[in-house]
Write a protein that binds this ligand. Structure first.
Ligand code: NZQ
Ligand code: ZN
Length: 387
C-alpha cells in the first residue's frame, strides 16, 4: 500500500425528507445564491422543498446551468454574485450544477484577470466561497469531492479543476429525488460511478486489500441495483444504495494508497467537448478499448475483477482478464449504453488524431497509472473505439 493523507470535510446528510434541514444547516448570516439547472427541480417538487427550507434566508436564484456546465453561463452568475455581495452558494442539481458552483466558488475569490485560467493553467483552489449542495442525480460524486469539469462551447474545450478549497461544506442526499430521474440519466449515473471505481481499481495490484474490497463492493452493489432502479426509480431501497454507491465511488476513499488511472475520463471528456455525447457514454466508448490496449499492464487486476465481481472461475489469468472486459461491455449494453463511437456519430473519422494532437499541445505525454499512455497510444485507443 502506498503512503497517503486522507481528509474529507464534507458533511453528508443522508435520507428521507432531509432537504428541510437546509433551514438549520446554512449559516444564519448567509446571503445565498441558489443555483440550478434546466428546470427539472420545478417539475419534481425539489424546488418547492428548497424554497420552504430557505424561507428565512435572503436568497437570489440563478437557473439555467446546462448539462456540461458552460463557462459563459457561469460567468453571468459570477457577475451577479459580485454585484449583490452574495457570500454563500447552494447548488441544487446533479454533477453539472454542482461543478458549475465549484467553478463560481473558485472564481469568486480568484485574483487573476481571466477566470478561464483556473482551468487552462490548472490553478488549484485553496479557498473558495463556501457552498453546499442538494443532490438531485446520483452519478458523479461531486457532492463529496473537490473536483469539477467545466465546458467552453466556443472553443470546444472541457477541462478539469479542483483543490482542497472546493469541498462542499455539506451535501443533502435524499434518495427520494431519484423517482423523477429519466432512464437515460439513471443509466448514465450507474455507468459514471462504475467507471469511477474502475479508474481507481483497474491498474496493478498494490497490496491494498481493503481498497480493492471497497471497490469491488461498490461495483457489485451497482450491478445489483441497476435493473431495479431502471425498472422502478421510486424503489427507495434501490435508490438509497444507488445514491450512496455513487458518492462513495468518488469521494477520495477508494483511491487512497493505490495507483489510479483516469485516462478513460481524459479521453472521454474530449468526446463530450467535440460531439456533446453524455459524459458517462463517452466512458463506455473508451473503457473497453483502453483495457484491451493496455491489457498486459492491467491483466492481473482485470482477472481479479472478473473473478470477484463477475464470478468468473474458469480459465487462465489471461482468459479471466478478457472475460472481465467482455462482462463490462455486456453490463453496459444491459443498461442500453452503446460502446462504440460510430453508434453516436457518423462523423468520427479523424477524431483520434484530433484528440492525440490536443494532448500533445497540453503536454499530456503520459497518462494512466504508469504514465505511459502517450498521445500515440491515445490515438490507437480512440481508433479502436470507433467500431
Ligand atoms: O438541468 P435539469 O433540468 O435539472 O435536468 C438535469 C439534466 O438534464 C436532469 N436531472 C437532474 N436531476 C434530476 C433530473 N431530471 C429529473 N429528476 C431529477 N431529480 O439530468 C440531466 C443531467 O444532469 P447533469 O447534472 O448534467 O448530470 P450528471 O450528474 O451526470 O453530471 C455530469 C457532469 O458532471 C461531470 C461531467 O463531466 C458532466 O459535466 N463530472 C463531474 C465529476 C466531479 N465533479 O467529480 C466527475 C465526473 O467524472 C464527471 O466528469
Ligand atoms: Zn465520470
Amino acid at each position: 500500500m502506498k503512503n497517503f493523507d486522507f481528509q474529507n470535510p464534507t458533511k453528508i446528510i443522508f435520507g428521507k425528507d432531509t432537504i428541510a434541514k437546509l433551514a438549520t444547516e446554512l449559516p444564519k448570516e448567509a446571503k445565498v445564491m441558489m443555483l440550478y439547472g434546466g428546470g427539472s427541480i420545478k417539475r419534481n417538487g425539489i424546488y418547492d422543498q428548497v424554497q420552504a427550507a430557505l424561507k428565512d434566508f435572503e436568497v437570489i436564484e440563478f437557473g439555467g446551468i446546462p448539462a456540461n456546465p458552460e463557462y459563459d453561463v457561469l460567468m453571468e452568475a459570477l457577475a451577479i454574485i459580485k454585484k449583490e455581495n452574495v457570500n454563500y452558494l447552494l447548488a441544487v442539481g446533479g454533477g453539472s450544477v454542482i461543478d458549475g458552483v465549484k467553478f463560481i466558488s473558485s472564481a469568486a475569490y480568484y485574483e487573476g484577470d481571466e477566470p478561464w485560467d483556473i482551468l487552462k493553467k490548472r490553478v488549484r483552489t485553496f479557498k473558495g466561497m463556501p457552498f453546499a449542495t442538494v443532490l438531485t442525480l446520483p452519478a458523479t460524486g461531486s457532492e463529496m469531492n473537490s473536483g469539477a469539469v467545466i465546458t467552453r462551447a466556443s472553443t470546444k474545450e472541457k477541462l478539469t479543476m479542483g483543490g482542497p478549497g472546493l469541498f462542499p461544506e455539506f451535501s443533502i442526499l435524499d434518495p427520494q429525488v431519484v423517482h423523477s430521474v429519466p432512464k437515460r440519466q439513471l443509466a448514465n449515473g450507474i455507468t459514471d460511478a462504475f467507471t469511477h471505481v474502475l479508474e481507481q481499481y483497474m491498474t496493478y495490484p498494490a497490496g491494498a486489500f481493503l481498497q480493492d474490497r471497497f471497490s469491488e463492493g461498490i461495483m457489485q452493489t451497482l450491478i445489483e441495483i441497476a435493473p431495479r432502479i431502471i425498472e422502478d426509480p421510486s424503489d427507495y431501497e434501490a435508490a438509497s444504495n444507488f445514491m450512496w454507491s455513487c458518492t462513495m465511488a468518488l469521494n477520495g476513499l477508494i483511491q487512497k494508497g493505490v495507483p489510479t488511472d483516469w485516462a478513460v475520463h481524459m479521453m472521454g471528456h474530449e468526446l463530450t467537448a467535440l460531439y456533446g455525447i453524455d459524459h458517462a457514454r463517452t466512458l463506455a466508448i473508451i473503457a473497453p478499448s483502453h483495457y484491451r490496449y493496455n491489457f498486459e499492464d492491467k491483466k492481473e487486476k482485470l482477472a481479479q475483477y472478473a473473478e470477484r465481481v463477475w464470478n468468473v472461475k474458469e480459465g487462465t489469468l489471461e482468459e479471466k482478464a478478457k472475460a472481465g472486459i467482455e462482462k463490462t461491455e455486456a453490463f453496459l449494453h444491459s443498461l442500453d449504453i452503446k460502446t462504440t463511437l460510430a453508434e453516436y456519430t457518423d462523423d468520427y473519422e479523424g477524431t483520434a488524431e484530433i484528440i492525440a494532437e490536443r494532448f500533445r499541445e497540453r503536454n499530456w505525454l503520459g497518462l494512466g497509472e504508469r504514465k505511459k499512455v502517450t498521445p500515440e497510444a491515445v490515438e490507437e485507443i480512440v481508433k479502436m473505439s470507433y467500431q
